[in-house]
Design a protein around this ligand. Structure first.
Ligand SMILES: Nc1nc2c(ncn2[C@@H]2O[C@H](COP(=O)(O)OP(=O)(O)OP(=O)(O)O)[C@@H](O)[C@H]2O)c(=O)[nH]1
Ligand SMILES: [Mg+2]
Length: 339
């Protein structure tokens, strides 16, 4: 199950209390205070882990607590510190205040950590309060409480290139061809129900991260089909590839579908339209599609060099597309955190 949003109540561990205790040894009368300090409470830490692709681990765990520190002991023994609770989350996890929805933190890099709740401090044992004038203090302090918070974690995947297209257009077939990964492909709409990530590798070993998301239909912005919520996973990409299906025996106009996709992207977030993009007209291997492709090309208002006729299934035209993808995204944006 793909989960990209969860609300969690987090609490750090409490500090252990200091104690009152006395040194008692046979030949040392009035041994003085010997109460140790409490241990510190464990903190709650979020860590971005590229091996994790969804927040599903947290779906059934709403309340998470780090360990508390142990109280101090006699003989000036300090209590054990509570262990930190490290919560692994996917790269691209935004931490938001659950009420105001303000973004508090963005975990983007592999291994990046954020201490979200600081553990409480251990209290002081009575040894600490010994002074020249008070050799036998009956004083200790309690450990302080750990920090607590309620936050919403929202995953917005970080990829270089996002695929956009109607259901059945061949997006998943294209990512499997370019990134050599196995994903679910089937001849019916809405096969893909969660984003697929794949690495496109070039001969010089540079690589780009591709994201295939579920298909989009007309009025998706009014929640038709699967709606537009999956677009958040390509919102942070540097560029887009529109995958358009040539469907020769159906009364469909691929160019109108391209315009529709752009309208839906605009309805979601108009900045999506300012990303660099390529268009891949797919399924060119079929008969009777030449006129559909030609008509698309004629009406295409953008630079002709951004338009590709491909067959994702048979690998026709995909090498040229791959080369164009490489030139589309500046090199420094290669998603190294996924390597
Ligand atoms: N003839 C032909 N069929 C293709 C080509 N690319 C994909 N298909 C077929 O089209 C169907 C849909 O392919 P998918 O890759 O699942 O399409 P999708 O865009 O991921 O679909 P959703 O996940 O439902 O949005 C499958 O039956 C594929 O085999 C192609 O280049 N030529
Ligand atoms: Mg798919």
């Amino acid at each position: 199950m793909f989960v990209d949003s969860v609300t969690l109540q987090l609490s750090a561990g409490k500090g252990g209390d200091g104690v009152i205790s006395w040194r008692r040894e046979k030949f040392i009368p009035k041994g003085g205070p010997a109460g140790g300090d409490g241990g510190n409470g464990g903190s709650v830490i979020l860590e971005a882990d590229p091996q994790i692709h969804s927040l599903e681990d947290y779906r059934n765990k709403r309340i998470l607590k780090a360990e508390s520190g142990r109280p101090g002991g006699s003989n000036n023994c300090t209590g054990k510190n509570g262990s930190d609770l490290i919560l692994k989350v996917p790269c691209g996890t935004l931490v938001k205040d659950s009420v105001t929805k303000e973004v508090l933190y963005d975990l983007t890099e592999k291994g990046q950590q954020w201490k979200i709740c600081q553990g409480g401090k251990g209290g002081k044992g009575n040894s600490r309060f010994k002074t020249p004038t008070n050799q036998a203090p009956f004083v200790y302090t309690k450990g302080t409480a750990g920090q607590e918070c309620e936050v919403e974690l929202e995953l917005k995947l970080i990829a270089d290139i996002g695929f956009v297209g109607m259901p059945n257009a061949g997006k998943s077939t294209l990512i499997s061809e370019l990134a050599h990964i196995r994903v679910k492909i089937a001849p019916y709409p809405f096969t893909t129900l969660r984003p697929n990530l794949g690495i496109l590798q070039f001969d010089d070993y540079s690589r780009l991260l591709l994201a295939d998301i579920p298909g989009i239909i007309e009025d998706a912005h009014e929640d038709k089909g699967l709606g537009l919520s999956f677009l958040k996973h390509i919102e942070r990409t540097s560029a887009l590839i529109y995958v358009i299906e040539l469907a020769p025996y159906q009364d469909r106009d691929p160019f109108e579908e391209f315009l529709m996709l752009r309208r839906e992207l605009e309805a979601y977030n108009s900045e999506m339209l300012s990303k660099p993009f390529l268009v891949a007209i797919n399924k060119i291997d079929q008969e009777e599609v030449a006129s559909l492709a030609a008509s698309f090309r004629e009406r295409y208002p953008f630079d002709a060099s951004t338009l590709f006729e491909i067959s994702a299934l048979n690998g026709i035209g995909t090498d040229a597309l791959k080369e164009a993808i490489r030139n589309l995204v500046p090199r420094q944006l290669l998603a190294e955190s996924y390597v």
